[in-house]
Design a protein around this ligand. Structure first.
Ligand SMILES: *Cc1c(COP(=O)(O)O)cnc(C)c1O
Length: 409
């Protein structure tokens, strides 16, 4: 019986998060980029848990016992963490995180007081915002340059308008700590990255005498790190990867490992007969007698409805199709020909028995971006963190039933 070997968590469905794989991905990114990371942990660590991710990556935490336990990245893997809202920063600070935190999304002036209290570095790109931050005695901040994304940052050809505010900041001892831009199509070689880089360089020269010599420069997200030839280095001193840390958006140059495994135990097995439908709308109709297994996971858990009749699962290392509509709380799969009893574990994303459903593959099957698929997983599923103490079955060649117990976070 699988249950005695693989202790059941508090739920019939859960996420196994492989923190060792996550660290390996971060180390690969660090090696390829050649500079430390601002690890993007926005949207609760892309759905996998920002605090656990930050800890695994060796971000500074106040808790000394914790620090002694996690020495894997004593070096310069991380410069800091990237977030999008102050609520995200608060979660990290409340957990004792003392690492540098950069907020890449513009904040409202009304949020500056909280940003200062949380020791968050904001991204400031208007004269009013810079002046207000300096007046509030805010600390380090970064200057975002819009080089073609047109959603935040000062336009590269309008940076001159910032000169008065920047020289005021400089006089107050509050020159920006960093300057950055963001690429709109880093995953393709269409010349747009080079155009954006040239604009970024122009903006930098335009402001040169208002910027400190120690200015940090960062431009690259995951795809830019992967696509940029190792020989062709930019002037960047940091990079800002997100998705690749979590093992998704695989590009050829980085051998990313799967970090997330969505598992669910079978709660019902039944036969359906020729001509009978399965699920809402009876979108699947059995062409012959089929054996249908139900797992307690659905779009309420982030297993998206787009995967209806398109997703696949792994049962004992065998691929089985999702049949019928994914509903809010349940999903049905065709297990005909595969031994299946209530309690057996089906993997909907990730590895089982030598087979792998990558986040990218599952997203593609549903016509989703891997980003949406990942961040959606934070809705309801408990997370079990496979930690860094060597509990991991590295080759994933054994079936799920043989996995060692995991810690429920
Ligand atoms: C989300 C984000 C990133 C990370 O992008 P990935 O494609 O996930 O690597 C980097 N920079 C900014 C400004 C972002 O918003």
């Amino acid at each position: 019986m699988t249950a005695s070997i693989y202790p059941p968590p508090a739920s019939g469905s859960w996420l196994d998060v492989d923190l060792q794989a996550l660290c390996d991905n971060a180390a690969s990114l660090r090696a390829r980029a050649g500079v430390p990371l601002i690890a993007m942990v926005k949207a609760d660590g892309y759905g996998l848990g920002a605090v656990a991710v930050a800890r695994a990556l060796g971000a500074a935490f106040a808790d000394p016992a914790f620090r002694a336990e996690h020495t894997q990245f004593a070096g310069d893997l991380l410069w800091g963490l990237g977030i999008a809202t102050l609520a995200e920063a608060k979660v990290l600070r409340d957990a004792g995180c003392t690492a540098r935190i950069l907020c890449c999304t513009p904040l409202l002036p009304a949020e500056f007081v909280d940003a200062i209290a949380l020791d968050v570095r904001p991204s400031l790109h208007t004269p009013a915002a810079i002046e207000y931050w300096v007046a509030q005695r805010g600390g380090a901040w970064h200057l975002p340059i819009d080089t073609g994304m047109a959603r935040a940052g000062v336009r590269w050809d309008e940076v001159a308008a910032l000169r008065p505010a920047l020289s005021q900041a400089l006089q107050a001892g509050r020159a920006p700590e960093g300057m950055f831009t963001h690429f709109h199509s880093a995953e393709v070689e269409d010349g747009s990255r080079e155009t954006q880089e040239a604009r970024f360089a122009d903006a930098g020269s335009m402001l040169r005498e208002m910027l400190p010599a120690s200015l940090l420069i960062h431009t690259d997200n995951s795809a830019a790190i992967a696509m940029r030839g190792v020989a062709v280095r930019s002037a960047a001193t940091l990079v800002r990867p997100g998705i690749a840390i979590y093992g998704a958006q695989q590009l050829a140059t980085l051998a990313l490992q799967q970090t997330v495994h969505l598992r669910a135990r079978i709660v019902d097995v039944r036969d359906v007969f020729v001509g009978e439908g399965v699920g809402y709308g009876a979108t699947y109709v059995a062409a012959g007698m089929r054996r249908i297994a139900t797992v307690p996971v659905g779009y309420g858990d982030g297993y998206r409805r787009h995967l209806s009749n398109r997703g696949e699962g792994l049962l004992r290392g065998v691929r089985i199709p999702v049949v019928g509509r994914v509903s809010m709380d349940m999903t049905t799969l065709d297990v005909t020909g595969v031994p299946a009893v209530v309690g057996d574990v089906i993997t909907l994303i990730g590895a089982d028995g030598g087979q792998l459903l990558t986040t990218d593959e599952v997203a593609a099957r549903g016509g989703l971006s891997p980003y949406e698929l990942l961040v959606g997983l934070r809705l309801r599923l408990p997370r079990l963190y496979r930690d860094l103490a060597g509990m991991r079955d590295r080759d994933a060649s054994r079936p799920t039933a043989a996995y060692p117990p995991l810690r429920l976070a």
